[in-house]
Design a protein around this ligand. Sequence first.
Ligand code: ZNH
Length: 145
Amino acid sequence: KWTELERSTVKAIWEKIDIDEIGSQIWARVLIVYPWTERYFGSFGDLFTITAILKNVKVAAHGRMVLKALDKAVNNMDNMKRTYADLSRLHFQKLEVDPDSFRLLADCITITIACKLKSALSPQSQAIWQKFIYAVVDAMSSQYR
Ligand code: ZNH
């Protein structure tokens, strides 16, 4: 269901991304723009300002872990649901993460990447990226029932 252009575009964008650099930036956006998401991170310490979030080592580690998991989607575009079944179940049953927040995170990922790549991310590439990241959102929501 993915065209060759879609596959190569997603891979090309992903290759330009430095996981260690943008992990914290993504979660800074999620936590500042949607402050209620803070409730999942009670053990992470001070998350009240951008500066605090950006220097929080737990946020950095969490950001890296989530982006590493995204790497699996890039490499398994044809069976994302299976790839994320366990992770989806974990977020539903154990972490009790509201599935709406997957979309909030997805949008912050797209915006952070756009800030990074600037004009190198054409409107067409962004459209393809968004289709990809919303497929990840779907897969992460698949075990909620
Ligand atoms: Zn999440 C965890 C991924 C989203 C919250 N995560 C996690 C992990 C992973 C992930 C891999 C680890 C697991 C284990 O340990 O085994 N996520 C992910 C992805 C996504 C997500 C891929 C999408 C795309 N999350 C999310 C959201 C939220 C979250 C949206 C909220 C807001 N997570 C979370 C938490 C946790 C996790 C809280 C736990 C952490 C700790 O504990 O450290």
